[in-house]
Design a protein around this ligand. Structure first.
Ligand code: ADP
Ligand code: MG
Length: 418
């Protein structure tokens, strides 16, 4: 039993774990993987290679049957990477299985294709579900039903002891891989956050030192331009002074926004009423809305206290709402909804506009410093907002459809004291 079953099983397991680490090396696992064609192919090739390795060490309780874990490779690749990589892997496996040949080649190929089909069917729901292990268990059970049905039909029955060992390892291995990948995703994302925050810190430090230095001479220049333009007869000065002043004001605005970035997170985290903050923010922005024919609607539901800093929180919300108003060109609505998720202990705020929306590429750029599509934008608003929310232990996510509008979802930790 040992050399026939356990040994190849252990070899198969080792091969599978090495797949995960190799794949993660080529391009690290992330929750949302926007892969290029080349990367998809790369994953496909790594997966195919792993599956072939598995097939080289089959468990053969009956000469000419090839039990191994290549189906796990196909399942995991299709679930996590996608259709293309999964297909490449399945294709390689099927061809290899026919080359190996024998009376059970058809059955072997069929179960591989089933793995691909199950992967495709559950791919998107698996992505959204929170309890991946539990869902994974269900997926593997569904797959095993297909698998067992196929071999019952095509392969002479083997000892039940073999089946028990093989299928328990199969399930355990599949779940172990999901666990490892999930951990890697978590780790990679923490690492991304760290780099992001680190970059921000550098930007902030630089900003702090420059901003003050630049502001003082600017104020002087502004004063002189104003003075010169007051009672001059020079047509040119008259004509261009307002433009100079406007540009100087813009520069000043950029510096002010920059300075908020520069201020280290000296947050006063305390109990704040999010309803109050939302109400004041909407109140503050209403005039701007009226000017561009945009109405703001605020709906609040559930508890209202969060753990945060009211000043910064207001700034973050204002930035996001302002973007919503600015995205609307010919009149529209910005709807702000606040609800509470008691289970997750968080407050959820959605800010939805009926504006021009964003393309996928634009969505990717949002939040990057200086990314703006507005002639007078600074490209700092979203970045500041997202930074503030993150530092308060919350999250901020964008969803957008071109010409339909954008929804920004912000979560913040619910205040739980007393
Ligand atoms: P700014 O508003 O100064 O341009 P932001 O960082 O606030 O800088 O926003 C960056 C860019 O993101 C905007 O120029 C705009 O193109 C896009 N954007 C942000 N919010 C929205 C929205 N609600 N609808 C459409 N585009 C948006
Ligand atoms: Mg903005």
């Amino acid at each position: 039993m040992f050399s026939v079953v356990i040994k190849p099983l252990v070899v198969n397991m080792t091969i599978l774990f090495s797949l995960i680490f190799n794949a993660n090396l080529f391009s690290p696992f992330r929750r949302k993987m926007a892969l290029t064609w080349k990367q998809k192919m790369m994953y496909g090739v790594v997966a195919s290679f792993t599956a072939l390795l598995c097939m080289m060490y089959p468990i053969q309780p009956l000469v000419k049957t090839n039990f191994d874990f290549r189906m796990i490779v196909i399942l995991v690749t299709t679930l996590y990477i996608g259709k293309t990589a999964g297909l490449l892997c399945t294709f390689t496996v099927v061809i290899a299985r026919f080359i190996i040949g024998g009376p059970f080649a058809y059955a072997g190929a069929t179960v591989s294709v089933f793995a691909y089909v199950v992967g495709i069917l559950f791919r998107s729901s698996f992505f959204h579900v929170k309890r991946k292990m539990l869902y994974g268990l269900m997926i593997v059970f569904i797959y095993l039903i297909l698998y067992i049905a196929t071999i019952m039909y095509a392969v002479p029955p083997l000892s039940w002891r073999f089946y028990i060992v093989y299928f328990s390892f199969f399930i355990a291995m599949f779940l172990a891989l999901i666990y490892v990948i999930e951990r890697l995703i978590q780790f990679n994302e923490q690492f991304d956050d760290m780099i992001y925050l680190d970059k921000l810190a550098t930007v902030s430090e630089m900003a702090a030192s420059f901003a003050h230095e630049i502001r003082n001479p600017l104020t002087t220049v502004r004063g002189f331009v104003q003075f010169l333009s007051k009672d001059t007869t020079d047509e040119n000065v008259k004509k261009f002074a307002p433009i100079i002043l406007e540009e100087l004001d813009r520069t000043n605005k950029i510096i002010s926004e920059y300075l908020t970035l520069a201020k280290p997170a000296s947050f006063q985290l305390q109990r704040v009423s999010i309803d109050d903050i939302l109400y004041t923010s909407v109140h503050l922005l209403s005039p701007l809305g009226t000017m561009t024919n945009v109405s703001l609607h605020l709906y609040t539901e559930g508890k209202s206290d969060v753990y945060g800093d009211s000043h910064y929180l207001k700034q973050a919300l204002l930035n996001v709402m302002k973007n919503g108003i600015e995205a609307i060109e010919h009149g529209g609505v910005v709807t702000i909804h606040k609800t509470v998720d008691e289970k997750e202990k968080e407050v959820i705020i959605t800010i939805r506009d009926t504006g021009k929306g964003m393309t996928k590429d634009e969505l990717k750029n949002i939040g990057l410093p200086y990314y703006t599509t507005k002639s007078k934008g600074t490209g700092l608003g979203s970045m500041i907002a997202s930074r503030i929310i993150r530092q308060m232990g919350g999250t901020m996510a964008y969803e957008s459809r071109l010409n339909e509008g954008t929804t920004v979802t912000i979560t913040l930790p619910l205040y739980e004291g007393d």
